[in-house]
Design a protein around this ligand. Structure first.
Ligand SMILES: [Ca+2]
Ligand SMILES: [Ca+2]
Ligand SMILES: [Ca+2]
Length: 160
């Protein structure tokens, strides 16, 4: 009888620990919701303008890194936390925080809850559709459009 009670107690504690541990990990919706009613393609054009700084038509890894280091890494820790990303993305592009969180999780390719050099390397790989080692503006635009459009089949309206 005593053993039975102990067992129930430990199951209850285990259950609590589980639900707390995963409470806020993946509860981001991915409905594109912009606080200034910007359409996805308008946001994407701004993102490209911010990233592609030297005007050579290629989004370089160094350009993306520079943008993240200068604008997103608020506490200068050397990487971009989810809070930093969501805050900055929201401020810059007015996408809803939930949507920015969805983007963060997509960009965080190694799932360590921060954006660092390895994520940017992986991002360049996945956006480089023709595999020539460089991300053209068209490839970058297609990559972002895919992220924005595919997360919201029922809510997204493109105006076309
Ligand atoms: Ca460039
Ligand atoms: Ca940081
Ligand atoms: Ca990461």
């Amino acid at each position: 009888m005593i053993a039975f009670l102990v067992l129930i107690g430990s199951v209850a504690v285990y259950g609590q620990g589980q639900s707390q541990g995963h409470a806020h990990a993946h509860n981001h919706s991915c409905i594109h919701n912009n606080h200034q009613q910007l359409q996805a393609d308008q946001v994407i054009i701004s993102v490209i303008a911010d990233m592609e700084k030297d005007g050579d038509g290629i989004v370089e890894q160094t350009e993306v890194e520079k943008e993240f280091v200068e604008k997103y890494d608020h506490d200068k820790s050397g990487d971009v936390s989810e809070d930093e990303f969501v805050k900055q993305w929201h401020q810059q592009y007015h996408d809803a925080p939930d949507f920015a969180g969805y983007l963060f999780h997509h960009f965080d390719s190694n799932d360590d809850h921060k954006l660092s050099a390895i994520d940017i390397v992986n991002f360049v790989k996945s956006a480089d559709a023709d595999g020539n080692g460089r991300v053209s503006i068209a490839e970058f635009q297609a990559f972002l459009t895919n992220l924005y459009v595919n997360c919201v089949p029922s809510h997204y309206s493109h105006g076309r």
